[in-house]
Design a protein around this ligand. Structure first.
Ligand SMILES: [Fe+2]
Ligand SMILES: [Fe+2]
Length: 373
């Protein structure tokens, strides 16, 4: 595959550039080589699109397999710069490509704007994507692309049978018009990839639940937003604690718990944001039986229904997510655990509804056993 050869040449140029200098002969030769392969690729199309989806490269919407160590290193470089999509456009020059290589090879340098190289972020879990400089609205063609992406990469694509696709696509479209939300969630992605992925999963699952309960339009959208932002307070927790692989000690655990208060305070200050967002940020670790945290719940105030929905999705996704130090939970095991805590930790009505609708959706797709990939 010619794209694979391009990635290898480009990555070699980047490695040599970090090893030597931009002006080194090997960098010049590899840049020339990359450019000639790229131009060959651009004879039939106007752009070459490379995306990082989880830990894989997707070139022009097709997964690029066997890209070897060059592929792995390329992904690492892009992640370090916080980008997950590059578009190389027809007309690209040697000088531009060389500058791009030099910028990518230097860990301290920010990527600049290049006339024929566009870099940006794709929001893989909900299928949305953003390219810097794009305007704020989607065309119908773009909506189709969002749908396509959603189908190819959503971890919960098995749920599309129940109309989830439409909900999520509508959500992405409206969400993109609200510049505020992007501004709020982007730092989370940069700070902790896991928290961001988890947040988007919780948004999908919460909308799935809410829709099955009859929520529509603005309410459904607001629940999605609140779910997406429920853990935003983790931005205020130190990375060492957030990413610690072992057990947390008492002090660390107390700090983690503060993400609820930090998040609520942060979101309460944002103009025009649904009130459900600070409420859910504050309450998603409160329990149905009024215990849990934060413990300022002296009056035993009941958890908001929206927070209960989000808490259910939160628990489910935390167990489903593959983290190296956690074992892999099967859906049925998680549901069984949730049922055990129905009435104490979770609203029993929601657990019942969630398990029934989830199992039904997965069975319709022939996916009740094993995990949706
Ligand atoms: Fe949380
Ligand atoms: Fe969470």
């Amino acid at each position: 595959m010619i794209a694979k050869t391009f990635i290898s040449a480009l990555m070699s140029a980047i490695s040599n550039c970090s090893l030597y200098s931009k002006e080194h002969i090997s960098v010049e030769n590899l840049t020339k080589k990359s450019l000639s392969i790229l131009n060959e690729l651009l004879t039939e199309r106007d752009s070459l699109e490379i995306m990082v989806v989880e830990d894989h490269l997707v070139v022009n919407k097709t997964p690029a397999r066997n890209t070897g160590h060059h592929g792995i290193n390329f992904i690492k470089r892009l992640k370090r710069k916080g980008i997950s999509r590059i578009d190389f456009l027809k007309g690209i020059t040697y000088t531009e490509l060389k500058q791009f290589i030099a910028d990518l090879s230097d860990p301290d340098k920010e990527l600049k704007t290049y006339p024929h190289i566009k870099t940006g972020i794709i929001d893989v879990r909900i299928g949305g994507y953003r390219i810097e400089g794009d305007d704020e609205t989607f065309t119908s063609e773009q909506v189709e692309r969002v749908k396509e992406l959603y189908h190819s990469i959503s971890p919960y694509k098995g749920l599309s049978v129940s109309g989830l696709e439409e909900i999520v696509v509508n959500f992405i479209v409206t969400f993109k018009r609200e510049a505020n939300i992007l501004k709020l969630i982007s730092p989370v992605k940069a700070y902790s990839e896991y928290t961001y992925t988890h947040a988007t999963n919780v948004a999908i699952l919460s909308m799935f639940q809410a829709e099955s309960l009859g929520a529509r339009d603005d309410l459904l959208h607001d629940i999605g937003i609140a779910a997406l932002l429920h853990d935003v307070g983790k931005l205020f927790i130190s990375k060492d604690i957030l990413e610690k692989k072992g057990k947390l000690d008492r002090e660390e655990w107390e700090e983690i718990k503060l993400h609820t208060l930090h998040g609520a305070r942060y979101l309460a200050k944002i103009d025009g944001l649904t009130q459900l967002a600070p409420i859910a940020a504050l309450e998603h670790h409160l329990r149905y039986d009024c215990t849990g945290y934060p413990t300022l719940n002296a009056g035993g105030k009941e958890q908001h229904f929206c927070s209960q929905i989000i808490a259910t999705s939160d628990f489910f996704d935390a167990l489903r997510s593959r983290r190296p130090y956690k074992r892999d939970w099967q859906i049925k095991e998680i549901i069984a655990l949730m049922k055990e805590s129905a009435g104490t930790e979770f609203n029993p009505f929601l657990v019942d509804n969630f398990s029934r609708t989830l199992m039904k959706a997965l069975e319709n797709d022939g996916m009740s056993e094993g995990r949706p990939s």
